[in-house]
Design a binder for this molecule. Structure first.
Ligand code: URA
Length: 196
């Protein structure tokens, strides 16, 4: 039997969402997963980061953003003046796409209601959408992330900042400056001191 983990379920509302997901077989990603990666962090966070989907390290550990991209995300969170445990971190799809391929539309459609329910349960002040899958899913549009990033948007009454995905920043470190500009806008919004 599949053991339901309660990681990332630190409120009754989040536990309810996790219970709805259950031992999910709503899409084909269920077949290849080791762990369903629900989320991690403060259930009442003012700031939520949304990524794309678990990679190998996340599938094995059951926690989002713990591999190389995750280490960079943790550094970004700390540079903003937060600890990783202060914020909440989740993904668009909760099970690992085979070989880390992109999530497919039917997989996103199956999983998206749970991301939306998670966000409603947390009710943050700001959402940071990491990369195109998070931004396109939450905003329901397909503008390239290079055009979307750095401008405030709104998701269900919550301020949403699209920025580059940390895995992209690892491949294109020259773009880190732009991502940091985006995160500084978030810091200002949340009353965190911005250096310089
Ligand atoms: N990339 C993501 O989008 N999410 C993770 O959890 C890890 C890597």
């Amino acid at each position: 039997a599949y053991a339901l983990s309660d990681k990332g379920c630190g409120s009754d509302a989040l536990l309810g969402v996790r219970g709805e997901i259950g031992a999910c077989t709503r899409c084909k990603l269920a077949r290849g997963r080791t762990n369903l990666v629900f989320g991690v962090g403060n259930p009442r966070a003012s700031l939520v980061f949304v990524g794309e989907g678990p990679g190998e390290d996340e599938d094995l550990s059951g926690e989002p953003f713990v591999g190389k991209a995750g280490q960079l995300l943790t550094k970004m969170i700390e540079a903003m003046g937060f600890r990783r445990e202060d914020v909440y971190i989740a993904n668009v799809v909760k099970c690992r796409p085979p070989g880390n391929r992109n999530p497919e539309p039917d997989e996103i459609d199956a999983c998206e209601p749970f991301l939306r329910a998670q966000l409603a349960a947390i009710d943050p002040r700001v959402i940071v959408a990491l990369g195109k899958f998070a931004a396109h899913t939450l905003l329901r549009e397909t503008t390239p992330i290079s055009k979307l990033r750095g401008r405030w948007r709104e998701y269900a009454g919550v301020k949403l900042m699209p920025t580059f995905h940390p895995a992209y920043l690892l491949r294109s470190p020259e773009e880190k400056k732009k991502a940091w500009e985006d995160l500084q806008l978030v810091m200002k919004e949340l009353g965190k001191p911005v250096p310089g």
